[in-house]
Design a protein around this ligand. Structure first.
Ligand SMILES: Cc1cc2nc3c(=O)[nH]c(=O)nc-3n(C[C@H](O)[C@H](O)[C@H](O)COP(=O)(O)OP(=O)(O)OC[C@H]3O[C@@H](n4cnc5c(N)ncnc54)[C@H](O)[C@@H]3O)c2cc1C
Length: 473
C-alpha cells in the first residue's frame, strides 16, 4: 500500500460500523481518530449505549469474509471464545410464514456469537494492526464544525473525557453513531437544513437471556427461529448456539407485546409461539443470566443521497444512515457493504494524481443508498402489513406484500428458491432475483392449486421436510 496521503479522519462511534470504518481509513489516512461516548469494547462487558448487544445477533457472510480478509484468523479467535460458524440453511431450523424452510447446504455462512465478543476481538485486532488509529472513549460528540466558504464539515465539537468542551479538526468526519445519531439536527444547526427522513413505527420488543444447554445429545441445528405468520400473529423467538454449550434466546413481539423479564412470563411467552419447539427446550434448561429487554420503536432512514445541501468532508454509514427491524439480521451486513464501498471509492480516489476529498461525499452516499434499498423494502413491506404499523404505505403496498409473501412461501417448498431468498438476505442477490420468473411460476402454481385443489395446496405449503431433517440433494 502506498503511503497514506490524506491527512486526518475522525470516526464518530466505536461500535461495529465505527470499528470497520476505522479499519478501512487506516490505510488511506495519516491519522485516524475514533471517538466513542461510552467505553470502547476492550472487554465483553455490556455497553450501555449499544443496548442491542445483549440480544441474539447473526453475523452474515459478507462481514465474516471482510473481517477475515482484514484480520486473518479473527473468525477462529471469535469462535474460540464463544461462537459458531454455521451454514445459514442446513444449520438453521426456521419456521417462517407458510412453513419450515428447507434445510440444505447453502454455502452461505454466518457467525453466531454475542455482540460483545465480536466487538472485543475486532477492537483488539484493529489496535494491534493499526497503532496510528487513536481511540478516545468517554468523548461525546456534540456538533459539527462547518466552513460555509468551502461548504465543508471541517471538524467536530466534543465534550472530552473530563467533560470539557473541545474542538477537533479533520479532513473527513464519519458518522457511525448508530440509529440515534443526531447528525440531522447538527446539520440543521449549521444552517444547512436536514435530509428527508422516512419512518415506520412498529414498536418491536426484544427480551433475551442466556441458557446452559442441557446435557443430553445436542440437536442437529445451531439456530432455531420461529417467526410469526404476518400479519396475523407477531410473536417470534430465536435460539442461537453461541458456543460453550450456551444458547442465547431472544423472544420478540410487536406493538408493545413484550416477553416479560420474570421466569414464568418469559417461558409463557415462549409457549405462545407458533410452534412449541423453543418452549420445550427452555423449560428443561438452566438460565444463566437475567432477562434483558430492549425496545426498538421504529425503522428509520435518512436520505442523505437526496440531500442537496450535503457538505463535503462528511459521510454517514451503518445504522446512522438506515436502521430497521432486525428480523433478517442484516444490519451489520449492510454496515459492512457500506464500508466496502468506502474502501472502493477511496481506492479510486488514490488512483488520481491529486487525491482530494472534494466532491467525495455525495457520490458515496448515493452508492450506499442503493445497498440499503432492498433490505429497507423487505422489512418495511412486512412491517407495514400489520395494520397497527404507522408509516407511509407506498402505492400498491397490499399487492407488493402479497407478492413478497408468495415469493417467500415459494422458498419453503424448493431448495432452489430458498437459495435465492437466502442470497437476497445476504445481499448477494437483487430485487430482480427475488421476483424472477421461476418464483412467478411457482407462485402461479400455488395460486391455481389453492383455487382448484385446496387440499393439495395445503400439502404443498406444509414443510416438505421435518425441521430436524436436512435435504442432501
Ligand atoms: C435487538 C436487535 C437485534 C439485532 N440483531 C441483528 C442481527 O442478528 N444481525 C445483524 O447484522 N444486525 C442485527 N441488529 C442490528 C445491529 O445491531 C446494528 O445494525 C449495528 O449495531 C449497527 O452498528 P452501528 O455501529 O452502526 O451502530 P451502534 O452499534 O448502535 O453503535 C453506535 C455507536 O455510536 C456511539 N455514539 C452514539 N452517539 C455518540 C456521540 N454523540 N458521540 C460519540 N459516540 C456516539 C454509541 O455509543 C455506539 O457505540 C440488531 C439490532 C437490534 C436492535
Amino acid at each position: 500500500m502506498q503511503r497514506p496521503l490524506l491527512k486526518k479522519a475522525i470516526v464518530l462511534g466505536g461500535s461495529i460500523t465505527g470499528l470497520l470504518t476505522a479499519t478501512v481509513l487506516a490505510t488511506f489516512f495519516e491519522e485516524v481518530l475514533l471517538l466513542e461516548k461510552d467505553h470502547l469494547p476492550e472487554t465483553t462487558a455490556p455497553r450501555k449505549s449499544v443496548p442491542q448487544d445483549q440480544h441474539a445477533h447473526t453475523i452474515l457472510q459478507k462481514t465474516l469474509l471482510f473481517i477475515e480478509a482484514q484480520y486473518p484468523g479473527i473468525c477462529s479467535e471469535i469462535t474460540a471464545t464463544g461462537g459458531n460458524i454455521i451454514d445459514t440453511s442446513s444449520d438453521v431450523c426456521w419456521l417462517f410464514q407458510d412453513g419450515w424452510r428447507q434445510r440444505h447446504h447453502s454455502g452461505l455462512q454466518a457467525l453466531l456469537t454475542t455482540r460483545p465478543n465480536l466487538d472485543q476481538h475486532l477492537y483488539r485486532r484493529m489496535r494491534a494492526k493499526y497503532p496510528h488509529v487513536q481511540c478516545r472513549q468517554c468523548c461525546k460528540t456534540t456538533g459539527y464544525l462547518y466552513h460555509p466558504a468551502s461548504h465543508q464539515i471541517t471538524g467536530v465539537h466534543i465534550l472530552n473525557e473530563t467533560g470539557q468542551p473541545e474542538t477537533l479538526s479533520a479532513d473527513l468526519v464519519v458518522d457511525a453513531m448508530g440509529r440515534f445519531s443526531r447528525s440531522p439536527e447538527w446539520l440543521q444547526q449549521a444552517g444547512l437544513g436536514s435530509p428527508e427522513t422516512a419512518e415506520v413505527k412498529m414498536q418491536l420488543a426484544y427480551s433475551s437471556r442466556i441458557y446452559q444447554q442441557p446435557d443430553h445429545t445436542p440437536p442437529n441445528w445451531k439456530s432455531m427461529a420461529l417467526y410469526p405468520s404476518f400479519p396475523h400473529t407477531w410473536k417470534s423467538g430465536i435460539i442461537a448456539d453461541i458456543g460453550n454449550r450456551q444458547w442465547l434466546v431472544s423472544l420478540c413481539g410487536y406493538f408493545g407485546d413484550c416477553a416479560p423479564a420474570a421466569d414464568d412470563g418469559f417461558l409463557n411467552f415462549a409457549r405462545d409461539l407458533r410452534s412449541p419447539d423453543i418452549y420445550q427446550l427452555l423449560k428443561d434448561s438452566q438460565p444463566l443470566t437475567l432477562v434483558k429487554i430492549h425496545k426498538v420503536s421504529k425503522n428509520i432512514r435518512h436520505y442523505y443521497e437526496k440531500f442537496r445541501q450535503l457538505p463535503d468532508g462528511f459521510i454517514v454509514l451503518g445504522d446512522a444512515h438506515c436502521a430497521f427491524n432486525p428480523i433478517f439480521g442484516q444490519g451489520i451486513c449492510i454496515a459492512t457493504a457500506n464500508v466496502m464501498a468506502l474502501h472502493q471509492q477511496l481506492q479510486r480516489l488514490y488512483a488520481q494524481k491529486q487525491p482530494s476529498l472534494r466532491g467525495f461525499s455525495a457520490p458515496f452516499q448515493k452508492a450506499i443508498a442503493a445497498q440499503a434499498d432492498l433490505p429497507w423494502f423487505l422489512t418495511n413491506t412486512i412491517d407495514l402489513s400489520y395494520k397497527q404499523a404507522e408509516g407511509k404505505r407506498p402505492l400498491g403496498h397490499t399487492l407488493l406484500y402479497r407478492f413478497l409473501r408468495k415469493a417467500i412461501a415459494a422458498g419453503s417448498c424448493s431448495t432452489r428458491l430458498n437459495q435465492i431468498f437466502l442470497k437476497v438476505l445476504h445481499l448477494e442477490a437483487s430485487r430482480k432475483d427475488l421476483f424472477n420468473p421461476l418464483i412467478a411460476v411457482t407462485m402461479l402454481r400455488h395460486e391455481l392449486l389453492s383455487m382448484f385443489t385446496p387440499a393439495a395446496h395445503k400439502a404443498l405449503i406444509r414443510p416438505v421436510n421435518h425441521p430436524q431433517e436436512v435435504v442432501t440433494s
